[in-house]
Design a protein. Structure first.
Length: 379
């Protein structure tokens, strides 16, 4: 079945009771039971809710997964995955990872005796070298945030499988429309549904998708026990966004290509990061494992200082300075003090997250308007 068809119909059959074509918002905390131990599949909304179930089925279908679990945020979804580990366990991850993930690693799970190693990620053999006897999980972002490094999922999956290590992939930047890590050998996929999945900057959410029944049951236990679940209204907004995911992702990518090419030729720009450009160091890997290159573009201003960056963002009229990404509107972000403020300064500078770096979430506005806005702000 075509992706667009699945996005509209999987998990979203017309309501059996009323014939409503759109999944209802089941705004209830609890469900009436017919007798002790007798119910219609739902007892309490922390355990499950029909609206949430619809989203979980939908997202699982889009990632080609058997199971889906929805969470209150992307970080709540990550927390559940990291809860699979025990004191003394070790995680290998890409160095250029979302700042909120670093905060989870270094300021929360490190308290529980879990250790972490960071590798650049372009060469899969780096992961092989970082795996130890206590390594239980490899955590990937690809494309990474904010430098858009592409990690070869299939190559890392082969290493993880041979060493008996789980592989989890944060697929937020690509979305299931452009990349499906489970098909490339990953064990677990995580999405911040806040971003492209919901797509309208009006809801916070996360999800975990997977095929292994035993891991699913453990994660489902964490979902219920920790209780970081999305409410029915948030789930409904996310489901609404899912329906147009394919259409939006195509336009995000089309606009991103045009923006990347414009920036590449601009005299005030020293470097552009977009995996769709042939000059990107991981372009061939991206072509192989992705069906498209996404809507994120990062770049460096030649002046290389916070003052010139601040002057640039203040001149923008269509782009807004804001955290997050993946909405229909175009955003600009200054990672050094926004998405990666939780990363220690030394580590941040080593990664290249410096005062000249800007990240763009390219929206679906008219491309002429986006290019004109960038042109006048760079003038």
């Amino acid at each position: 079945m075509d992706f667009s068809t699945m996005a509209i119909h999987e998990g979203q059959a017309p309501d059996a009771a009323t014939g409503a074509t759109v999944v209802p918002v089941y705004q209830t905390s609890t469900f009436t039971q017919q007798g002790i131990g007798e119910h219609k599949g739902f007892e309490y909304s922390r355990l499950s809710n029909p609206t949430r179930t619809a989203l979980e089925v939908s997202l699982a279908a889009l990632e080609h997964a058997r199971y889906g679990l929805a969470f209150a945020s992307g970080l709540a979804a990550e927390h559940a995955v990291f809860s699979l580990l025990n004191p003394g366990d070790h995680i290998v991850t890409v160095a250029n990872v979302y700042g909120g993930t670093v905060r989870l690693f270094e300021r929360l799970f490190s308290r529980y005796g879990i250790t972490f190693s960071y590798v650049e990620g372009s060469d899969a053999q780096e992961f092989e070298g970082a795996i130890g006897s206590n390594t239980k999980l490899i955590w990937l972002e690809t494309p990474t945030n904010p430098l858009l490094t592409i990690v070869d999922i299939e190559a890392v999956a082969s290493i993880a499988r041979a060493r008996g290590v789980l592989l989890a992939v944060d697929n937020t930047f690509a979305s299931p429309y452009f990349q499906r890590p489970l098909e490339l050998g990953a064990d677990i996929v995580v999405q911040s549904t806040t971003k492209y999945i919901a797509g309208h900057s009006d809801v916070i959410g996360g999800a975990v998708l997977l095929n292994d029944a035993s891991i699913y049951e453990e994660l489902r236990f964490f979902q219920n026990t920790i209780g970081a679940i999305p409410g029915p209204q948030d789930v409904w907004l996310t489901l609404r966004g899912v329906k147009t995911l394919a259409v939006r992702m195509r336009q995000h990518e089309t606009n991103a290509f045009a923006v990347a090419r414009f920036l590449q030729d601009h005299p005030r720009v020293s470097q552009v990061y977009f995996p769709g450009l042939p000059q990107h160091p991981n372009h061939e890997v991206a072509r192989r494992q992705m069906s498209g290159f996404g809507g994120m573009v990062s770049f460096r201003l030649k002046e290389g200082n916070r003052e010139s960056v601040n002057a640039f963002v203040k001149k923008l009229k269509v782009f807004s300075l804001a955290d997050s990404l993946g909405g229909v509107e175009s955003l600009v972000c200054f990672p050094m003090v926004m998405t990666h403020d939780a990363v220690p300064e030394k580590q941040r500078l080593e990664l290249g997250i410096t005062g000249d770096l800007l990240r763009l979430s390219i929206g679906i506005e008219g491309i002429d308007d986006l290019l004109a806005d960038l042109k006048q702000a760079l003038a």
